[in-house]
Structures are given as C-alpha cells and as structure tokens.
Write a new protein. Structure first.
Length: 319
C-alpha cells in the first residue's frame, strides 16, 4: 500500500509539473504570435516584467515625490497583476493603466478597475528614465511581499514545481492577461508588445529563512528566470537582478537576514554566468525606512533609474 501511495504522489507531482510547463509554453506561443505582426500597422511598446517581493511592490511615499514624478509618466503603461497568496484563480488579473504614483504597497485591482495606493515602487522612475529614449514603455508587474523562491520559506513561494497554485502561476497569469489586450492605452490603435527585459528584486525571505533556502537560491533563481524567459519567448531576454541588503536594524544590531551572504553569492554567480544578465549592486548603499526591511522614498527612485540604466547596458548585445 505504501509503495502505491508513493507512486501515486510521484505521478501527481509529475503531471502537475507538466501542466505548469505546458501553461508556460502556451503563454510563450501566444506572446510570439502577438509580437510577429508587422510593426507598420501597430504602435510598438517595449515590455518589461517587474517581479519580486516587497521591495519590488514598493514602499516609497507619494507625498514625498518631486513634482516631476507626481503625475502620469507619458508614453508608459502598466499592468499590475492582482496579488494573491491564497491560491485563487484571480491571482494576476488586472487592467492596463497609466504609470503614475500609487502602484506600490496597498495597491488593489479587481480586474475591472484599479485602486491606487499612497505608495509607489521602482516602476515609477524606471518608466520615467526609459521613455527618454523615445520608446513607448509597457510594464507588467507582479510582486508579493515576503515571498521566497524556496518552497516552505517566506509567505508563499515562486517555486515552479509547487503542487499548488503559487506566485509563479500568478506571474504567468499576469503576463497572459496583459498580452491578451490588443490596445493597451485605448487610443483606437492596435499595439505590438515586444518583450524587452525582466527586472527581479527579491531574495530577502530566502536569506532570512534557513541555510537550505539560501544555498538553494542559485538553482531556484536560474530555474525561475528560465521559465520567465520562456513565457516571454526569448532565451536571451535581458535580466536585471537587484542586490538585496540587510539593515541590521534589530534590537541587538544582528542581521535581519542571517544567510544573506549565500544569496549574494548566488545572485552574482547567476549574472556572471549569463551574458544577458546584470547585477545592480548600488542598492546596497540605499537607505532603509524605519521598518528595517524596506527602502526609503528616495531609494526607490534611485532603484528604478538604476534598473533602467542596467537595461540600456544590455539591450544592444541581447535584443
């Protein structure tokens, strides 16, 4: 009986993994079909996927922004997928809307309308910097605070082979839902969406949880990026990795993430081995807010600009 149960659960895991891979493949196929149309008949938008945990969600305060960033960023749109940690099929629903303050912590969407929050993330200054080239910028964002790559670590995970629906599935749904829209800015012209990069800001939960989760980070990060590149149909798609940092803001000045060194090594190894990946290390100099985990407003502005500069560094050789 025990042997039969083991075989059953083994088969169950196998077919669940195959289901997720098929889902990623179908998404990639749809993305390819939508991007193969002649650009002469379409408005062309460069698409960037922004993912990770809370420092990608964003804890910058709107009321501390300069006038240049308080309004809508021209020639830029964002699809901010619904954040879900309960395995709901609604994870990843959303709508295309303007890039403006309010897509950070406490942002909400029901797939019909958005409720902007009083916070923003790196998407704001990222878009502001990227449009300087004259391109139209489309951001697909899915992030959830406290999440890890390793199963069982953090407040939910991105592990692609997870048996239940998780944040990897929500990210795929976000990408799928975003690419289903033919006219993202509703100007009456069809749009051609060109996948142009992946921006990843995550790792604190893996660095906090255990030796096991931190030492598995390289393999987990490599697998996740492989699947995200497949979903966006480009195996050389530029990947930007933001270096995580530790505030040491604890009562006894001990680290908040005791295993951060292993994650740092994994992030560096990944970007060293991939010619189309870039490690944004300046984040280690950013200031934290009083909560010990999230950066202050000015740091989120710097982060978005640093991500944009990194993308521009890779575009010529990878796209």
């Amino acid at each position: 009986m025990g042997k039969l149960l083991l075989e059953f659960y083994g088969l169950r895991k196998y077919f669940l993994m195959k289901y997720k891979l098929v889902k990623a493949f179908m998404l990639a196929l749809m993305t390819l079909l939508m991007t193969c149309n002649s650009s002469k008949k379409f408005d062309v938008w460069k698409v960037y996927f922004l993912g990770g945990q809370s420092n990608m969600v964003g804890y910058g305060f709107n009321d501390q922004l300069s006038d240049s960033l308080k309004g809508r960023i021209p020639n830029s749109m964002i699809f901010n997928g619904k954040r879900d940690n309960e395995g709901s099929l609604e994870g990843g629903i959303g709508i295309w809307s303007y890039v403006e303050p309010g897509h950070g912590n406490m942002f909400q969407t029901d797939g019909v309308s958005n409720s902007l929050s009083e916070m923003f993330g790196p998407e704001l200054s990222f878009a502001g910097k990227m449009i300087e080239s004259g391109d139209k910028i489309a951001i697909i964002k899915y992030s959830f605070g406290g999440t890890a790559l390793h199963p069982g670590a953090g407040y939910g995970d991105w592990y692609p082979d997870q048996k239940r629906r998780n944040h990897f599935d929500n990210a795929l749904s976000t990408i799928n839902n975003a690419f289903q829209v033919a006219d993202i800015n509703r100007d009456g012209r069809l749009d051609k969406l060109i996948p142009s990069g992946i921006i990843w800001m995550q790792g604190e939960s893996d660095a906090e949880h255990s030796i096991e989760s931190s030492e598995a980070y390289f393999e987990n990060l490599s697998n996740l990026m492989k699947y995200l590149r497949a979903a966006l149909r480009n195996e050389k798609l530029p990947i930007i990795i933001g270096k995580i940092n530790d505030s040491h803001m604890t009562p006894d000045d001990k680290p908040t993430q005791p295993f951060i060194e292993s994650v740092h090594l994994a992030q560096k190894e990944f970007t060293d081995q991939d010619d189309c990946a870039y490690y944004v290390t300046e984040i280690e100099s950013y200031k934290f807010s009083n909560d010990a985990w999230h950066y202050d407003t000015n740091s989120f502005i710097k982060m978005g600009i640093a991500f944009a500069n990194a993308v521009e560094h890779l575009e010529d050789q990878c796209l």
